[in-house]
Design a protein around this ligand. Structure first.
Ligand code: PLP
Length: 433
């Protein structure tokens, strides 16, 4: 099986693969491998597909897009989305520092995550973010207390766990009772009542995020209906809202999935919210994967071919430390030869990396006509690729390049060997008096 997703920005003329107007061969010559390669056109197209749905008939804005930056937190990518008008959904002080570094307005940032530390809350309060997406009752108390100490007011929204039935929607992994995210559905109203009494918190919105790689709109509608019900009940109790954050999670095509088109998906949800009488609320989308997933590939070179009795291995210079999704989730990524070679026999390979783990594989059972030294492109690697990469086996992280038409920009240098242990220290032997 080697199903290839439909792509913007990446193409083949049946002999060779290109990113926009440059061949991937030329990218490898200039930047070496392994290298993440992104298409500016693909990034922009995905963003605009959301943005198109974000306006009312009278031209006023009804929704905003907050890029879930854990999916790809390279400064250049953040800067591209910032200039297109995005806000950001972030989950750590490190992510907050990244968006501050490129001059993002803190009022366009929401802070999610179940384990916000005291110093992270202080940092966010001092900057004055749009909102904390609060994920537990103790976190709410902590935010109120710190805001009080700093003489500030915290804008808050509760992340509701809508407890969507897993049997009908098996792909939802964060919107269920038995996972760590959000405030249990039945606790939401009492928690808002507590928040309303807090002197240093201001209720701004309601938030939810039901999972990732969701390829169907129905679970979103189910979650929305539950949340709109809560909003109605809370309004009757005198609590009002400015925004409704419906999270991210829209899936992309890796192989043969059929997720809804972004604009249709966004329009369906926004029209549903308007039809139910909540058109006055600012809606927030927090997409990650659907903005960047198919805008990037991982370019790698074949080191060795290793035929075996039951399996042939194609050993490449990228590994699980560069792209963790296959070993972590058994995720499928299409893998293509950058140049097709008709003179070579097609063989079936497991594409694996050099890391000393049997779990270090990038693709299984792939039919490829290749020889050592050839380049492979691992597709759909723009989301949760570079941002999840590590230094395991003391391997430097890959370079990252963004291509705009015929121009390639290095947006992250390859990590050097010296970078790997620059923070480490040897213990000096105790000196004998
Ligand atoms: C991860 C995450 C997202 C983005 O999810 P995708 O599946 O990449 O769209 C959005 N919101 C929150 C709170 C998240 O944790």
């Amino acid at each position: 099986m080697n199903l290839i997703p439909p792509l913007t920005g990446f193409s083949t003329n049946h002999h060779e693969w290109f990113v926009e107007d440059i061949s991937l061969t030329d990218i490898a010559k200039e930047f070496n491998t392994p290298t993440y390669v992104y298409s500016l056109e693909a990034l922009t197209t995905a963003f605009m597909a959301y943005d198109k749905a974000c306006f009312r008939k009278d031209g006023s804005r009804r929704a905003n897009i907050h890029f879930a930056m854990k999916s790809n937190s390279n400064l250049a990518i953040l800067d591209i989305f910032n200039r297109l008008g995005a806000g950001f959904d972030l989950v750590s002080a490190g992510e907050l520092a990244r968006v501050m570094q490129i001059g993002v307005n803190p009022k366009k940032c929401v802070f999610s995550g179940v384990g916000k530390s005291k110093s992270e809350i202080e940092y966010a309060l001092t900057l004055g973010l749009k909102c904390f997406n609060v994920e537990s009752i103790p976190e709410l108390y902590r935010i109120n207390q710190i805001a009080g100490q700093l003489g500030l007011t915290a804008n808050i929204s509760l992340r509701v766990n809508p407890d969507i039935d897993a049997k009908t929607h098996p792909y939802i992994s964060t919107g269920l009772k038995d996972n760590k995210f959000g405030i249990a559905y039945e606790d939401v109203i009492p928690t808002y009542m507590i928040a309303q009494q807090m002197p240093h918190c201001k209720i701004k919105g309601v938030d939810c995020h039901i999972g990732s790689q969701i390829t169907d709109t129905q679970p979103y509608i189910d979650a929305l209906n539950r949340i709109l019900g809560l909003i109605t009940e809370l309004q009757d109790l005198g609590i009002t809202f400015e925004h409704l954050d419906i999270g991210g999670g829209l899936g992309i095509v890796y192989a043969d999935e059929s997720p809804p088109h972004i604009t249709e998906f966004a329009n369906t949800l926004l029209d549903h919210i308007e039809a139910k009488g909540f058109g006055h609320l600012e809606v927030i989308f927090e997409p990650g994967r659907s903005l960047v997933g198919n805008a990037g590939i991982l370019l790698t070179e074949i080191e060795y071919l290793k035929p075996g009795e039951t399996k042939n291995f194609c050993i490449v210079n990228a590994a699980m430390n560069d792209l963790m999704r296959p070993s972590m989730y058994e995720a499928y990524h299409a893998i293509v030869a950058v140049k097709s070679k008709e003179n070579l026999p097609v063989r079936n390979y497991d594409v694996v990396g050099p890391v000393c783990e049997s779990g270090d594989w990038l693709g299984r059972d792939r039919d490829l006509a290749v020889e050592p030294g050839d380049l492979l492109a691992i597709l759909s690697a723009g989301a949760y690729g570079a941002s999840m990469s590590s230094n395991y086996n003391s391997r430097g992280r890959a370079a990252e390049v963004i291509v705009n038409k015929a121009q390639a920009h290095l947006v992250r240098e390859r990590e050097s060997i010296a970078d790997l242990f620059s923070k480490e220290h040897i213990i000096k032997p105790a000196s004998n008096p």
